[in-house]
Design a binder for this molecule. Structure first.
Ligand code: 2P0
Length: 344
């Protein structure tokens, strides 16, 4: 049974740990470009599926010390990764009206920074755990808005199943209030997403930098953003009528369009590798054979293939059969963030 709403807010006493678990989500209509970089307001709305693989588990405890400490996959975080988390904790502290520093211990079950949505699960888990540790009583919408400020796509990982993230209206406070994610049902569609991992290393250009460069320099950006508004409207209808082929077709064209905007940025950004294209060819061949399988690709070379649960083994075997350069992991619909508190 999949939960599609956020866990009830949990508060812990000072000195106690709050532990949150969140899963990555894969966008079927992409978020690509901010209209406000400080508030993380997107140019367009997006729609995703939360997965049941590669969770992030994050514990936050308030401490007496002079600085935040962050342990990331058993190693102290430093540099830009630490700064990102400190800035996010500053935001939580400002909301809570507190100054205590925090000890953060976080671990990703999946690869980090490889276009497998680690920042989505990461900031969703951090938002939920930090909110609980600092005593903020947030509902799902408020938690989604908070997670958005850490990483845009994290706003969607607060919820399970199919999720829409509204672009929101206006700038400043109005934009901030109206740009949140919410579940839209459709979990009974129960598709599979075969994740084809062709490279698990960190990408050379971060998605944050890539989307900034794209929006500033690609002549293809505006047309893609306009078509993405139509894609989102059509995708919502396709989810509502449980139409997997339509969902897949819209997802594939939206993702390829997003990559077209990156390829035409100046200088161009190419996340797709020859191995990504080999997987895309295999997906086309499966479709030619009558298997409804559709590809989507994020800011990295890995390809995610949407198909029915019944076809997942065939799709995975076909991709695994391409060679040693690719491994697959089959995901299904996953849950929203969960929080537990009080464990020392
Ligand atoms: C998405 N991606 O909708 C899109 C598609 C990658 C490609 O959201 O700058 O890590 O932290 O808001 O959320 C990846 O971007 O970027 C992303 P920030 P984020 O899933």
């Amino acid at each position: 049974m999949t939960s599609t709403s956020a866990a009830p807010a949990v508060s812990v006493r000072p000195g106690e740990r709050a532990v949150a678990v969140a899963h990555p989500n894969i966008a079927l209509v992409k978020y690509w470009g901010k209209r406000d970089e400080t508030l993380f307001l997107p140019v367009t709305g997006s729609l995703s599926m939360t997965l049941d693989v590669f969770p992030t588990t994050t514990a936050v405890r308030l401490i007496d010390g002079p600085a935040d400490t962050v342990l990331f996959n058993d190693r102290p975080a430093t540099g830009a990764a630490l700064t990102k988390i400190e800035k996010f904790l500053d935001l939580v502290r400002a909301h809570a009206g507190r100054t205590d520093r925090a000890e953060v211990v976080t671990a990703n079950a999946g690869p980090t920074g490889a276009g497998l949505a680690s920042s989505a699960s990461g900031f969703a888990a951090l938002a939920a755990a930090a909110a609980a540790a600092y005593g903020l009583d947030l509902d799902g919408r408020a938690l989604s808005r908070l997670a958005r400020r850490g990483s845009g796509s994290a706003s969607r990982s607060i919820f399970g199943g199919f999720v829409v993230w509204h672009a929101g209206e206006g700038d400043g406070a109005a934009g901030d209030l109206s740009s949140y994610a919410e579940p839209i049902g459709g979990g009974d569609l129960d598709p599979a997403l075969v994740v084809a991992v062709v490279a698990a290393g960190e990408k050379a250009v971060s998605s944050r930098e890539a989307m900034r460069r794209t929006i500033e320099t690609s002549p293809f950006y505006r047309p893609w953003a306009e078509s993405s508004v139509t894609d989102l409207a059509e995708m919502r209808k396709a989810v509502a009528r449980r139409d997997l082929p339509a969902i897949g077709e819209i997802a594939e064209r939206n993702a390829l369009g997003m990559h077209a905007t990156m390829l035409t940025a100046r200088p161009g950004i190419r996340y797709l590798s020859p191995h990504s294209l080999a997987v895309l060819d295999a997906v086309l061949a499966l479709r030619a054979d009558g298997v409804p399988a559709y590809a989507t690709i994020d800011a990295g070379p890995n390809v995610k293939v949407l198909c029915t649960r019944a076809d997942a083994a065939l799709v995975a075997d076909t991709i695994d059969g391409l060679g040693d350069f690719v491994t697959t992991r089959t995901a299904h619909i996953g849950p929203g963030v969960t929080v537990t508190g009080g464990t020392r």
